[in-house]
Design a protein around this ligand. Structure first.
Ligand SMILES: [Zn+2]
Ligand SMILES: [Zn+2]
Ligand SMILES: [Zn+2]
Length: 92
C-alpha cells in the first residue's frame, strides 16, 4: 500500500444529500458525485463543470473521498492522488 497520511481523516459520515451541495444551491449540473469521507459533503466530480468535490477538498483539507455512485465504492486521496478499488480495502 502506498503511503497516505490522510487515512485518519475517514469518519463514519452521513451524506449531505442526494446531489452536489453547491450545484443544488446554484442550479448547476453534475456528471458524477463524490462523497467526502470526513464530513459527508456530496460534491461533483472532476468531469463535472464545477468540480465541487475537488474544491471542497482544497477549501477544507478533507482529502479523502469516495465515489457516491451506485454500485461503486472506490476511494481517492486528493493530496496524494492515490486510488483504492474499494473502501473495504481501508476500513473494515
Ligand atoms: Zn493521502
Ligand atoms: Zn457541483
Ligand atoms: Zn469534507
Amino acid at each position: 500500500m502506498a503511503d497516505c497520511t490522510h487515512l485518519d481523516q475517514i469518519r463514519d459520515v452521513t451524506p449531505s444529500g442526494d446531489g452536489c451541495v453547491e450545484c443544488l444551491a446554484t442550479g448547476g449540473v453534475w456528471r458524477h458525485l463524490r462523497l467526502c469521507l470526513t464530513c459527508g459533503h456530496v460534491g461533483c466530480c472532476d468531469e463535472s463543470v464545477n468540480q465541487h468535490a475537488r474544491k471542497h477538498a482544497a477549501a477544507t483539507d478533507h482529502q479523502m473521498m469516495r465515489t457516491f455512485e451506485d454500485g461503486e465504492d472506490w476511494v481517492w486521496c486528493f493530496a496524494d492522488e492515490l486510488f483504492w478499488e474499494s473502501i473495504g480495502d481501508i476500513v473494515r
